[in-house]
Ligand binder design. Structure first.
Ligand SMILES: Cc1cc2nc3c(=O)[nH]c(=O)nc-3n(C[C@H](O)[C@H](O)[C@H](O)COP(=O)(O)OP(=O)(O)OC[C@H]3O[C@@H](n4cnc5c(N)ncnc54)[C@H](O)[C@@H]3O)c2cc1C
Ligand code: FES
Ligand code: FES
Length: 1332
């Protein structure tokens, strides 16, 4: 068996075309094969580890036994190419294209405005497409399940769900639309004389779904499966051999000879291990064609399920079996179905195998605890024969290890029937409701003697409470043979507490929470079992309330916006909900992102080598091994930089490549260039850096403050006399709140391609950046050449959110050195983990405050101190600190207000701009302070907010005059639209009746300053060409990152030139068409560039005036043609100077903003106080954005920003080790909101009849402001936690830091179970993660 045999040919189909690979490399995943070999770049890479869904494709296989075709969605990044023999793969390109016909799924997601940056869109499309292939008329549960594993960072999911919802047959009633009526009936209710409310899209124009039009399964593959006798397949790659046997005997033989070789089934464990942990296996055995591993056999006591069956197959098998047997026999089946529904995503469950799950023995495996509690066993085979092994506490030996011998193969798993009087339940709590490994997970079973409450047998297993699945056997012993009652269970909790102890430094952290969950789950089990006993008439007593699951049905939301004025011409698109101009190409996968660009001749790939130490001298850099590796061309160090090696900002220096010292883990030291991505990565891995640690790195804000480690200057603002005012108040309260950072998690990681033109040091740079000019300047400086040799091109970005400004420029600088040195094109695309490690995040903040207020709720004085964790380099931290203090008044007129902002210099990766630029941190502290005032006074928080709001003509704390009228209108309208008072009463009533679940509400205002305080950044320019055929090319300085700026610019040009948008094209943003651009940031893109485009178009329109007057009946094309022959220039630049803003920090006054965008948001949550799990049941947002240029784009920004804020304040946690190493480097560890987090009712209202003289067409900037309104969910959780605390007799202010994760929410609820957990003494142990 071990002798090498000739390689086989891999044969499969992609999009109906046959692919035969003579040299299939076992290390190649389908994703890279599609993208790099076939140039099918529609399938995107967002994480490479199965966690984001961007790479979703559909795989179809013919099953000869049943003569059926099985279609399923899968993550191409984890699908080994060699696994695909005999399969048909469908990618986004295969279902529709603009060249032929687009598919209804592509059309509906695009037209429902479900595609902003578009990077997630092909994955969404394919997830939905695979669902429709199996179920052409799905229900909402099917849809939310199908999309659960697909992340989108832009849209907030609502429009994607709405687009997909159009395939449902259910009535799409929202049940409530603010006035208690169904939104679907709106048409009937309007006065005949009024116009129907405008809609974001018209579903009547959608193409029907016609399943007969889909690609057929290739008949050749059916023949192949039916006719050919399966043969062992062998594929040899550069380093790895892949063998796919077809019989069990052969498999056993292979495994006996190669006990260390893994059996690759779903590759969802082995794949990530190879990719992220550098595990290497020279031989891989793929038993997916061994039929014995897929057999299902029934016995009188249960069912044997083949270990090769996927988790999806197991689930549907059990779902089929449940109705065939009496309920009492299927307790375990039903528990497994429930757990399987929560495990991973559909894409993962479609490939991950049962045997793989069991033997992987993850500490927090979801199935193993329930399989073990349910008395399952496995049948294993080896050359020593077959044996059955029970899945009990002896099976799981240690971290990812079982009792099985390396050569043993699990053939099947036995799942027994349950008996009468036997109950099985599963409980699970995860950082996110779906597609997330559990924090703690459990399976519990109890068996009662007939008609008795005496326990005959009980088993309780936990995941997440140690290195592997653990049995709580002592706890079970304390319950067995005793009656199931209060006394037994109370003792059991105490035994469990002693039995499952986690060390305070336990990996994964959350120690107290995990311990408390173990108790809560047993308590929940108790309640459910009591209910069962009661239903069986075994017990008669009144039972405590049953804990229902949280609500989960997403209803259609309302999006209310104004009509354009009645007189507006039909052709004029301004003010109309025009679809994002690239949405269709994004949905078909045709839209080109940086890494989709074809390879240039001789192109190299660059991989970065980063510091592994937080603060150290570099004493050696050994690149010899790297240089010896195949494909490696060079290693680029600081010495290679021909120009400026150090960037200077705000008086601080930053090295592009570290030379002698490093100041954080993740700092870039050098870079390896090689012929392929893989070779470059291997080269980077082989570079050895030796360090000499330097003393006392500072990681936390507190450590930095203690060392006075700040980036200067620190900023301060004061109005009134705070010190004196504190003498006059009724109450003084001091508090603090800590807020974590936030990873940008743009779906497209940092990407660039630097191409030397070949003469006079000219370079073309294709890059995903918000600021092309900065990248151009950085590259020019780094190479020591003038800017006129460097052209930056930005077609589009797959999201940016502030993270693609400064950091991209540095990466482009490094990549350009490689291109310059090698004289070859060099591509650099960061992996998700590298991107998260290297490029920084939103600044974490510690906010401290002292507030003085009167009995009636008036705040008279407040003193706030903000400390941001800036990291090791200044970047934009000083500007962030400035924006923090400028916004610290939010909506409130506090007469004596003082605040300071300090950027702490630490040994963490440098943090950078992120949507909101400090405002979300600033305002959380202010609103938390207001909340505390309300709690001290025992009054509702909204009243304290109202009492203190700006009213009438107002002046901010930096002496800027403004009118808060529209802010107050938003507030009032939000109260009305959300039915705040009635729902508040209902929530209070709910809380009185519910012990373990609480509802919480909050309503939060915002006043957000628009434009750059640095006046020069507010300028913009445009270049507009009219070609002789009448088509128009618009270029401007704004970059498209999904926010729809190109769509809006097209609308502006269309209005100004009086031509339809279809005649106008925007190709890219480039520094050789519009020079010296400003970043697309500060919510000012449309304001600035819109005016510049308007200016250019007006110039051109004016130039055409004489021609139009000569031929008033002529067409646009004829005027343009005539103008050419009359030698009128058909090209014009446009310029916008921008407002002259300033801030005088000495005098503490200025006009740093052009105007304010206002809004208000009300959210309600339901919180499970025992687990911290919560659901946002409703959110209503009212925004004043003037007269929207494009309501669909603006509502998209509102919803997307809200969801990003919801992530910031309730979910997203960056975790660092005590030595400053970032743990959270991908979607498996860092949870951004998914479709399961969308508020169940999500309504957005644009304030009507508002105008803004300061921006184009009376609009307002909206990109950033709403992010802060995500905090309404934070405060609603806090409100619910306060209600829970009152059950334990705790009243008054309490600390809840952001994000209010299930852990923090649960611990804040102070339930009897959390209170049982002894707190570890701070300082007595080294915590697993830092509190930065
Ligand atoms: C994004 C993502 C999310 C996930 N979420 C969850 C979650 O929420 N909950 C959860 O519990 N798990 C989760 N998982 C883990 C997943 O369920 C397991 O990785 C999966 O079940 C392993 O099965 P596989 O077929 O992919 O294993 P593979 O990766 O193919 O193989 C894994 C190991 O099992 C061995 N093996 C496989 N089959 C056999 C057999 N028959 N006999 C002997 N050895 C065998 C292999 O040798 C190998 O060592 C997640 C994984 C990913 C990637
Ligand atoms: S790239 Fe495959 S799931 Fe993220
Ligand atoms: S549109 Fe979904 S990630 Fe940008």
């Amino acid at each position: 068996m071990s002798s090498r045999r000739e390689e086989d040919t891999l044969c499969f189909f992609i999009n109906g075309k046959k692919v035969t690979e003579k040299h299939a490399d076992p290390e190649t995943m389908l994703l890279s094969f599609l993208r790099e070999k076939l140039r099918l770049t529609g399938t995107k890479s967002g994480c490479g580890g199965g966690g984001c869904g961007a790479c979703t494709v559909m795989v179809s296989r013919y099953q000869p036994a049943t003569k059926t075709i099985n279609h399923f969605s899968a993550n191409a990044c984890l699908l080994p190419l060699c696994q695909l023999h005999g399969a048909a793969v469908t990618t986004v390109e295969g279902i529709g294209s603009t060249k032929t016909q687009i598919h209804p799924v592509q059309e509906r997601i695009a037209k429902a405005h479900g595609s902003q940056c578009g990077f997630c869109t092909p994955g969404m499309v394919m997830a939905m497409y695979a669902l429709l292939r199996n179920k052409p008329q799905p229900n909402m549960d099917d849809i939310t399940e199908a999309l659960a594993g697909n992340l989108c960072r832009c849209t907030g999911y609502r429009p994607i769900v709405d687009g997909c919802r159009t395939f449902c047959q259910e009535t799409n009633c929202c049940k409530v639309n603010g006035n208690g009526n169904c939104c679907m009936n709106r048409g009937n209710q309007t006065d005949e004389t009024e116009r129907e409310p405008p809609q974001l899209f018209d579903k009547d124009e959608f193409l029907p779904l016609d399943p007969t039009q889909e690609l057929i399964f290739p008949p050749e593959l059916i023949l192949m499966a039916e006719k050919e006798t399966p043969q062992t397949l062998t594929f040899d790659g550069e380093r790895i051999r892949w063998v796919s046997p077809v019989s069990l005997e052969e498999l056993v033989l292979l495994k006996t000879e190669n006990p260390k070789a893994p059996l690759v089934m779903g590759n969802t464990n082995i794949g990530p291990d190879i990719k992220f942990k550098g595990v290497f296996h020279p031989l891989i055995i793929s038993p997916t064609r061994v039929l014995e591993l897929f057999e299902v056999s029934h016995t009188p006591t249960g069912v044997w399920v083949g270990a090769g069956c996927t988790l999806a197959e197991l689930r549907s098998l059990l779902q089929k079996l449940v109705p065939q047997f009496p309920e009492e026999k299927t307790e375990l089946f039903r528990a497994l179905i429930q757990q399987l529904g929560n495990l991973g995503s559909v894409q993962i469950r479609n490939v991950a195998s049962l045997g793989g799950q069991v033997i992987s023995a993850y500490p927090n495996s979801d199935l193993n605890p329930v399989l073990a509690a349910g008395r399952c066993k496995v049948s294993v085979i080896s050359n020593g024969g077959r044996r059955e092994v029970p899945l009990d506490q002896n099976f799981f030996v240690s971290f990812c290890k079982t009792i099985l011998k390396p050569e043993e193969i699990i053939v099947s798993v036995f799942i027994p029937f349950t008996r009468k009087g036997e109950f099985v339940r599963v409980f699970r709590q995860a950082p996110r409701k779906e597609t997330s490994f559990a924090t703690v997970t459990s399976g519990m079973r109890v068996f009662f003697s007939e008609g008795s409450r005496v326990v005959q047998d009980v088993s309780v297993y936990y995941g997440g409470m140690g290195a592997t699945t653990l049995s709580a056997s002592k706890t079970c012993a304390a319950i067995a043979t005793r009656p199931w009652d209060e006394e037994t269970l109370s003792r059991a909790y105490d035994v469990l507490l002693d039995e499952l102890v986690l060390h305070p430094s336990a990996p994964g952290g959350k120690v107290e929470f995990r311990r408390s969950l173990s108790l809560s789950f047993l308590f929940k089990f108790n309640l459910e079992v009591l209910q069962e006993l009661r239903e069986m008439n075994v017990i008669k007593e009144e039972l405590p309330e049953k804990i229902q699951t949280l609500p989960r049905d997403i209803q259609p939301g309302l999006q209310e916006f104004q009509h354009v004025s009645k007189g507006q011409s039909e052709q004029d698109p301004v003010g109309r909900p025009i679809m994002h101009r690239s949405a269709i190409s994004q949905a078909t996968g045709e839209a080109v992102y940086c890494d989709d660009m074809p390879h240039a001749d001789g192109e190299l790939f660059l991989s970065l080598v980063t510091s592994a130490r937080a603060h150290a001298k570099i004493i050696g850099l050994d690149m010899s091994e790297a240089l010896r590796l195949p494909g490696v061309v060079d290693v680029i160090t600081a010495e290679d930089i021909p120009g400026v090696k150090v960037r200077e900002s705000f008086g601080y220096q930053e090295e592009l490549l570290a030379q002698s010292e490093v100041s954080c883990v993740g700092q870039i030291v050098c870079a390896v260039v090689a012929d392929t991505r893989e070779h470059a990565k291997r080269g980077a891995y082989a570079v050895k850096i030796s360090y000499e640690d330097l003393p006392d790195p500072a990681f936390t804000v507190e450590e930095a403050v203690e060392k006075s480690s700040f980036f200067e200057p620190r900023r301060k603002l004061e109005r009134g006399n705070v010190t004196e005012a504190f003498q006059t108040v009724d109450h003084i309260y001091e508090g603090e709140v800590r807020m974590g950072g936030q990873e940008h998690f743009y779906m497209e990681t940092q990407s660039m391609l630097v191409v030397p033109v070949g003469e006079e040091t000219e370079f073309n740079i294709y890059v995903s950046t918000q600021w092309p000019s900065l990248t151009q300047e950085t590259v020019a400086e780094t190479l020591g050449i003038p800017s006129n040799r460097v052209t930056c091109h930005v077609k589009r970005m797959g999201g940016a959110f502030g993270g693609k400004v400064t950091k991209t420029a540095i990466l482009a600088g490094i990549t350009s050195v490689a291109a310059w040195k090698t004289n070859r094109a060099v591509r650099c695309v960061l992996e998700r983990g590298e991107d998260m490690l290297i490029t920084g995040a939103r600044h974490p903040v510690l906010g401290k405050y002292k507030v003085g207020f009167m009995k009636d709720g008036r705040i008279v004085a407040a003193d706030l101190q903000y400390y941001t964790n800036a990291g090791n380099v200044v970047d934009e931290s000083l500007l962030v600190a400035e924006k923090i203090v400028l916004h610290m008044d939010n909506a409130y007129n506090i007469p004596n207000l003082r605040g300071s902002g300090a950027a702490c210099r630490t040994n963490l990766p440098s943090n950078t701009a992120f949507r909101g630029f400090g405002v979300p941190q600033s305002l959380l502290v202010v609103e938390n302070m207001i909340n505390d005032v309300a709690m001290v006074l025992g009054r509702p928080a909204h009243q304290i907010r109202e009492i203190n709001m700006y009213k009438g003509p107002s002046v901010t704390h930096y002496k800027f005059e403004f009118s808060p009228e529209n802010m107050l209108r938003c507030w009032e309208e939000c109260k009305v639209k959300s039915e705040y008072s009635a729902r508040r009463r209902a929530a209070d009533q709910f809380n009185q009746q519910s012990r373990w679940k609480k509802r919480g509400m909050s309503i939060i205002p915002i006043k957000y300053g628009i434009a750059f305080a640095e006046s020069f950044l507010n300028q913009a320019a445009a270049l507009v060409h009219i070609y002789k055929d009448g088509s128009v090319l618009v270029t401007h300085g704004g970059t498209e990152m999904g926010q729809g700026i190109h769509t809006k610019m097209q609308q502006v040009a269309s209005r100004e030139l009086h031509i339809p948008p279809s005649k106008i094209y925007i190709s890219e943003t480039s520094t050789n068409t519009v020079p010296n651009t400003c970043p697309s940031a500060a919510s000012f893109g449309t304001d600035a560039n819109g005016r510049a485009v308007q200016n250019a178009c007006q110039t051109l329109y004016q130039r055409l005036k004489p021609i139009r007057e000569k031929k008033p009946k002529g067409s646009w094309e004829s005027w343009v043609n005539d103008a050419f022959f009359e030698k009128i220039s058909l090209s014009a630049t446009g310029f916008y100077r921008g407002p002259d803003l300033y801030m005088d920090w000495e005098k503490m006054e200025g006009q740093p903003y052009a105007y304010f965008t206002f809004g208000a948001c009300c959210s309600e949550v339901e919180l499970d106080c025992l687990t911290g799990d919560y659901r946002t049941v409703r959110t209503d947002i009212v925004m004043d954005i003037g007269r929207s240029v494009n309501p669909s784009v603006d509502i998209g920004q509102i919803e997307g920003a809200f969801m990003q804020g919801l992530g910031l304040y309730t979910m997203e946690e960056l975790k660092f080790s005590p030595s400053g190493v970032l743990y959270t480097r991908g979607p498996s560890q860092y949870k951004i909101p998914a479709v399961c987090d969308v508020p169940l009712q999500f309504n957005v209202f644009l304030l009507s009849d508002t105008h803004n003289p300061h921006a184009i067409y009376s609009s307002k900037g909206i990109g950033e402001p709403v992010l802060f309104l995500g905090s309404s969910v934070f405060f609603a959780i806090k409100d619910a936690a306060a209600a829970a605390r009152s059950e334990s007799g705790l009243v008054g202010p309490f600390t809840l830091n952001s994000p209010a994760t299930p852990e923090k929410a649960c611990m804040a609820c102070a339930s009897p179970f959390t209170q049982k957990i002894p707190a570890s003494k701070p300082g007595s142990f080294k915590p697993w993660a830092l509190n930065i």
